[in-house]
Each structure stands twice: as structure tokens, then as C-alpha cells.
Design a protein around this ligand. Structure first.
Ligand code: 5RP
Length: 223
């Protein structure tokens, strides 16, 4: 029986195999944040001569890439990327996701938006029938924390401030339990429209294009 850590290592290795055909001397790859993304970075480093560099969705991933000798590009310097690889906290069969457990959701959504395809990498415990058991992370401008929280309560949520946490953008995170997510893309748009919300952790308006899911039997690909 493989441990969760071993499953993450397998899917990280599978993700590197997936991106190899996209590599080239002028190619910048998009790299996400989290424990699975960390393992992807470590595996990617073995091929660092085969691509130009990476754009990272967090300071944490940027530091890890740089420590491996992979050049990190500011997103403003990057015209496009063939692929963005990142983990998820939950994913459904339609490849809608909840992200932001690591608090990097805004930069994740930004970097992903520049890439041609989003490859979600996870162990199969992240695949759910319906999104929402994992409290939805929402990045907020600090002065709007209370007003956004009240609006989320009206939507049926139970927001909780992520204590002692400041995002790479100098903002705060509300983790919202209890939301009934019937149509993920509609809820994403509704929450993103609340004044003071920077980003909501639903990735449904633009979900993943491909998911690589590590199972005890091997890595499954979902499209
Ligand atoms: C960070 C994220 C991560 O992708 C998500 O939390 C999954 O992390 P892990 O790979 O550690 O399970 O969205 O903001």
C-alpha cells in the first residue's frame, strides 16, 4: 500500500513526463504551490537544461525553483506558457477545483490564466463527487474582511479568518465552510463580485484541462 507521500511522488513524476514534450529552449513553464507542486519542482529540476525557466505562483515555489537552479521569471516578462502544473484541495469529475489550502490561490489563478493548459496533479483522495467539504479559501483585502464575511454568511457560509496568515499579496484569507456549491462557476463569479474579494478559491470558470490522479493502481488521467 503506497502512502500519500508516495502517491504524490508518483504523480509528480508523471507530471514531468507529461510536460517533457512541451519543453524547449524558449519555453517557460507555469509552476504551482503546495506539497505536490514541491515534489513536481524537485522532479522537474532533473530536466532544467531542457527549458528556459518557470513562472511561479508563490514566493515559496519561486524559492524552491531557484534553489534547484531553475530561472524564475516575473510573469510580466512572460508572453505565454504551454502548461501550468499545480495541485488542488478538491476536484470534481468536471475538473472544477477548490484551491488555496496553501493560500496562493490568487497568483495560482493568474499564472494559470497565462498558460494554454492547466494540469492538475493530486492523489485520488482529492477527487470528490461534489465540491465543498473542504472550506473554500477566499483572499480578501484586509479592510473588507468583515463586510465580505457578512455577505458570505448570507450565502450560507461560515467564514473563518485564517489566523496569523498573510498572503504573498499582503492580504488575508477567509476559509468558508458550509457553502452549498451547486454550480461551481456561478458561485465563483458571485463571490468574485463581492467588493473586497481578491480571488475566490473556486477554479471553475477556468478549471483544469487535464488531471493526473495518483491511485494505488497507477496514475489515472482525466480530461
Ligand atoms: C495552494 C494550493 C494547493 O495546490 C493545494 O492546497 C494542494 O496542496 P497539496 O499539494 O499540498 O495537497 O491550492 O494554494
Amino acid at each position: 500500500m503506497l502512502s500519500q507521500q508516495e502517491l504524490k511522488q508518483r504523480v509528480a513524476a508523471a507530471a514531468v513526463e507529461y510536460v517533457l514534450p512541451f519543453m524547449g529552449a524558449d519555453v517557460v513553464l507555469g509552476v504551482g504551490t503546495g506539497s505536490t507542486a514541491d515534489l513536481f519542482i524537485d522532479a522537474l529540476a532533473l530536466h532544467r537544461q531542457r527549458f528556459k525557466g518557470a513562472a511561479a505562483s508563490s514566493e515559496r515555489s519561486a524559492a524552491r525553483l531557484a534553489a534547484h537552479g531553475i530561472k524564475v521569471y516575473d510573469l510580466n516578462e512572460v508572453q505565454g506558457m504551454p502548461v501550468y502544473v499545480d495541485g488542488a484541495d478538491e476536484m470534481d469529475a468536471g475538473l472544477n477545483m477548490i484551491k488555496g489550502g496553501g493560500g496562493a490561490l490568487t497568483r495560482e489563478k493568474i499564472v494559470a490564466s497565462v498558460a494554454e493548459r492547466f494540469v492538475c496533479i493530486a492523489d485520488e483522495s482529492k477527487l470528490v463527487e461534489r465540491l465543498g467539504a473542504f472550506p473554500l479559501p477566499i483572499e480578501v483585502i484586509p479592510m473588507a474582511r468583515a463586510s465580505v464575511a457578512r455577505r458570505l454568511e448570507l450565502m450560507g457560509g461560515r467564514p473563518q479568518l485564517r489566523s496569523g496568515f498573510v498572503t504573498d499579496n499582503g492580504c488575508q484569507i477567509l476559509d468558508v465552510a458550509g457553502l452549498r456549491i451547486d454550480v461551481p462557476a456561478s458561485m465563483e463569479a458571485e463571490i468574485n463580485n463581492i467588493p473586497g474579494v481578491v480571488t475566490c478559491g473556486l477554479f471553475a470558470i477556468a478549471g483544469a484541462n487535464v488531471a493526473l490522479l495518483a491511485t494505488q493502481q497507477g496514475v489515472r488521467e482525466l480530461r
